[in-house]
Design a binder for this molecule. Structure first.
Ligand SMILES: [Zn+2]
Length: 451
């Protein structure tokens, strides 16, 4: 048996931040001891004042492999994750070819990922028109949840679900207790907007996908979740109006949860420079009032988690030369930077480390059924840690980005928080002075959750 001890004056535990020695046996947290506790004959990692926190769990990542490996890939994505303190990522079912809409496609994806991941990886299945009968099989094969779109996803092989298909999917998933994540924008509301043919203005692009499209779609989802008593999760909430709608639904006991993403918490549409297409995403980044409403939604517990929606693509698809927001692929790459971006915003608002762990570690782990194993420093949990310095600041350099492409709107940003090392099941997978090492990440199945 291998025994290790990690000592820090700031260990982030479910009960709060405190000095402690964390005892790890065979990659699993065995006990938390007082800071002075000495374990005889044990490998001790004394990190002093650095924060010892659960590794981040990012439940919204587009790895795009197989099929669009030139966009990202399991090796590059998981290395970026490790460098950013993310110890578990969950791959979205689309942008890869095949899309993960049946068990054969899931196995193809697992084959592509096996022995190539620096951190642990789980998978979502896709709900698309006509595959309701395949959902149970995917659930039994171990996906951690499902994803659907209410508007075109951007790729033909993953079509949107009109309301009748959503109903069929929820009717299949509700008895399984399985989660359906939904990209919530209303196709009918979007059809009322008149998008410009070309624009270098983010505000003009954002106006073509108004907040009303999001609220209309979320209202439908809430009604369906209530009718089917099905677990529905709204991905990437962008607007304050949606926060209000979700608060009312939660107050009525509707089983709906929601996330937002670092870019909606960090940027405003007005601040995006002309033609800076690395900021393009859907739904779009909105104004300062929406940004502050999202922070209040997190503080008030209406928004449950913050995850990246990391969705990169090759430079030519970002239309960098023309700077045309209508031509550019939508997706913000931030897997490696989410911890620093969110902490920078939290520090400015006086929010404590405990909330960071709740929103980016414990909450996402619980969302996808991994809460008994991931997302907390507590006995019985995997020893997945990020050791970092919240008070240090650094400017993001393109050269440090480990994703396939070094395109992200955060290059040049001054951010708080420097990651010192990242550990997965007691094994160091990243160190600031040594980089990422190994491909010992495991593929997570739903059954792997220790309950
Ligand atoms: Zn996404």
């Amino acid at each position: 048996m291998s025994v290790q001890a990690f000592r820090s004056r700031r260990v982030v535990t479910p009960e709060g931040v405190r000095p402690a020695v964390v005892e790890v046996r065979d990659g699993i947290v065995a006990a938390l001891h007082s800071h002075e506790h000495a374990l005889a004959g044990v490998e001790l990692h004394d990190v002093g004042d650095a924060v010892l926190m659960p590794g981040l769990v990012d439940t919204h990542v587009h790895v795009n492999e197989p099929g669009r490996t030139e966009w990202e890939g399991f090796d590059a994505a998981t290395r970026a994750a490790a460098a950013g303190g993310v110890t578990t990522l969950v791959d979205m079912p689309l942008n890869s070819v095949p899309a993960t809409v049946d068990v054969a496609a899931l196995e193809t994806k697992r084959d592509a990922a096996r022995d190539r991941c620096a951190v642990d990886v789980g998978f979502l299945g896709g709900a698309v028109p006509g595959n309701a009968a395949a959902l149970r099989g995917l659930h039994e094969a171990g996906v951690l949840g499902f994803k659907c779109f209410m508007v075109p996803s951007g790729v033909d092989e993953f079509p949107a679900c009109p309301a009748p298909d959503l109903e069929r999917a929820l009717a299949s998933l509700a008895p399984l207790g399985a989660l359906l994540m939904a990209h919530a924008e209303s196709a009918t509301a979007l059809a009322l907007a008149t998008p410009p043919a070309h624009t270098r203005s983010y505000a003009a692009y954002a106006a073509s996908r108004p907040a009303a499209a999001e609220t209309e779609a979320v209202a439908l989802l809430v009604a369906l979740a209530e009718r089917h008593r099905a677990r529905v999760h709204v991905v990437h909430v962008s607007s304050g109006a949606t926060v209000g709608l979700l608060a009312a639904a939660r107050a009525r006991g509707v089983p709906v949860t929601a996330e937002t993403c670092p870019h909606y918490l960090h940027f405003t549409a007005e601040d995006v420079p002309e033609g800076a297409t690395e900021h393009k995403c859907a739904p779009p980044i909105r104004g300062a009032a929406d940004r502050e409403a999202l922070w209040r939604g997190l503080e008030g517990g209406v928004l449950d988690v913050i995850v990246s929606d990391h969705s990169p693509c090759p430079p030519e698809l970002k239309a960098k030369e023309s700077g045309d927001f209508m031509a550019a692929w939508g997706g913000v790459a931030s897997l490696q930077l989410g911890l620093r971006v969110v902490w920078t915003g939290m520090r400015a608002r006086g929010l404590p480390l405990e909330r960071l762990a709740a929103w980016m570690c414990e909450g996402p782990a619980r969302l996808v059924g991994l809460g008994a194993r991931k997302g907390a420093i507590a006995p019985g949990h995997d020893a997945d840690f990020v050791i970092w310095h919240p008070e240090r600041e650094a400017t993001v350099r393109a050269e440090e980005i480990l994703s396939r492409h070094r395109i992200t709107p955060y290059v040049g940003a001054r951010l708080a928080g420097v990651v010192d090392s990242t550990w997965v099941r007691g094994r160091r997978v990243y160190a600031v002075d040594a980089g990422v090492s190994g491909a010992t990440g495991q593929l997570l199945h739903r059954e792997a959750a220790r309950v």
